[in-house]
Design a protein around this ligand. Structure first.
Ligand code: C5P
Length: 428
């Protein structure tokens, strides 16, 4: 499940945004609609203005009275409610905000949006808007997997709609589990604020003509046809790095292990499972000007992968797995040679002695920079939206304050562009 307990800091009352935003929340008709009440509270706590539109179906799950009480605004429902049209008008409603969030976005609502329907207030607003739209789908896993839903989601993504989730876990229906739950409210809050950060002007051309290669996500190392060794990496930081590099005009190749994240636009994605596959994909993508190794590559793989499922037996002891070391992709690419990217950046995820371990990695792996972070469970970094990093270079250590992974990515790519420019100027 997408979980990031450490991400959202409402308890401390902190709000990193420079200005509060106007959010139009469209509440769809799903069992998860009740989570919107919590979402509204959290957004208001963080200084945002929230106005809500409810679909007809949403009325079965939450009441306009409670939504209105929390937003402190009249809840809007009907396209043909003349009062609404006179007071606000659906076109103004569509544009008088900084972001439209649809939660929960049901399979039916997604289908309507993908088809460009406008037969109620919610869909009419979405068709008329020129603002970013974030969908948080929630439905039964079979509905989420259905080819029709996959087609509709792909269409919406191609139309520029952002999608968060769904998360995996138990469904409201007994015995049903899988991918289909509405993401948890803290993740939704972070995704909403991530959109605002991403919307802040950053597009540039400082990396135009450059090839940036990024590795991301975990690797899955098979044990037998059913089981594998993995880790908790979500791939978010790597995906944000790819998005940031593309925003700065670079040609980007993102080699990612298994993750369920929306693909950043304008980025070539190569999907792999194992460390060995990741190494091959990285080699095939070279040469690159900048290479960033954000993947949490498994250090070890199982020496002999069983071709049949290992059976549990009452008599036999638990099996012992013999592990062997995986190739160190960063180390291989950072070796001196004509194919070495001009800037090689590694990540160091540690749970103790973060800076010391990172400094020794800078040397042992021949990297130019190491971005070090504490991934102890209490930090919420693994799978979360925020990160606190230290940038370790040949000239010293810079500790950055906690910020979103979007901001960390931007800062790293901007610094990388500066460094490349400085290297070129020095060479001239
Ligand atoms: O040695 P450690 O795993 O801590 O090093 C972390 C850095 O090395 C990260 O940048 C990671 O992407 C990279 N790495 C790699 N291949 C491995 C192990 C780590 O590219 N097999």
């Amino acid at each position: 499940m997408l979980k990031s307990a450490g991400v959202y800091r409402a308890e401390t009352g902190r709000n990193d945004l420079s200005s509060p935003k106007r959010i139009l929340l469209i509440i769809g008709g799903g069992i998860a609609a009740y989570k919107c009440l919590e979402l509204i509270r959290r957004l208001k706590e963080r200084g945002h203005n929230v106005r809500a539109v409810m679909t007809q179906a949403a009325h079965h799950f939450v009441t306009p009275l409670s939504v209105g009480a929390l937003t402190n605004e009249r809840v809007l429902m009907d396209l043909f409610d003349l009062d609404d049209e006179r007071e606000i008008g659906h076109i103004r409603l569509a544009r008088d905000n900084d972001l439209i969030v649809v939660a929960p976005a049901t399979a039916d609502f997604i289908a309507k949006m993908a088809g460009g329907h406008a037969d109620d207030l919610a869909t009419a607003v979405l068709l008329a808007t020129d603002k970013p739209v974030l969908l948080a789908p929630a439905m039964n896993p079979a509905m989420w997997r259905h080819p029709a839903t996959c087609r509709n989601v792909a269409q919406l993504e191609a139309d520029g709609v952002r999608i968060i989730g769904p998360a995996a876990g138990e469904m409201a229906e007994r015995g049903e589990a899988g991918l289909g739950r509405l993401v948890e409210v803290p993740d939704l809050v972070a995704a909403i604020e991530g959109v605002f950060e991403r919307e802040a002007p950053q597009r540039g051309s400082v990396l135009e003509g450059r090839h940036v290669l990024i590795t991301s996500g975990p690797t899955h190392e098979p044990i037998d046809p059913i089981r594998y060794l993995a880790n908790r990496s979500s791939g978010k930081q790597g995906f944000e790095l790819a998005a940031a590099a593309a925003d700065l005009g670079a040609r980007v190749t993102l080699v990612t292990g298994p993750v369920s994240l929306a693909e950043p636009r304008g980025v070539r994605i190569v999907r792999v499972k194992t460390a060995a596959e990741m190494l091959e994909a990285v080699k095939a993508a070279l040469p690159a000007d900048i290479a960033v190794f954000a993947a949490a590559v498994a250090d070890w793989r199982v020496e002999t992968i069983q071709t049949e499922k290992i059976k549990k037996s009452e008599k036999a002891r638990a099996p012992t797995l013999k592990l062997t070391e995986n190739p160190d992709i960063l180390k291989i690419v950072a070796r001196q040679g004509p194919e070495r990217p001009r800037l090689v950046i590694g990540f160091a995820a540690e749970t103790q002695n973060v800076i010391d371990y990172a400094k020794s990695k800078l040397k042992s792996k021949n990297a130019d920079w190491i971005v070090a972070n504490d991934v102890s469970p209490s930090t919420g970094v693994m799978g979360g939206e925020n990160n606190t990093v230290h940038l370790i270079t040949q000239s010293g250590v810079e500790s950055w304050p906690e910020m979103s992974k979007v901001k960390v990515a931007r800062k790293i790519m901007e610094r990388a562009a500066e460094q490349l420019h400085a290297k070129r100027t020095a060479a001239e």
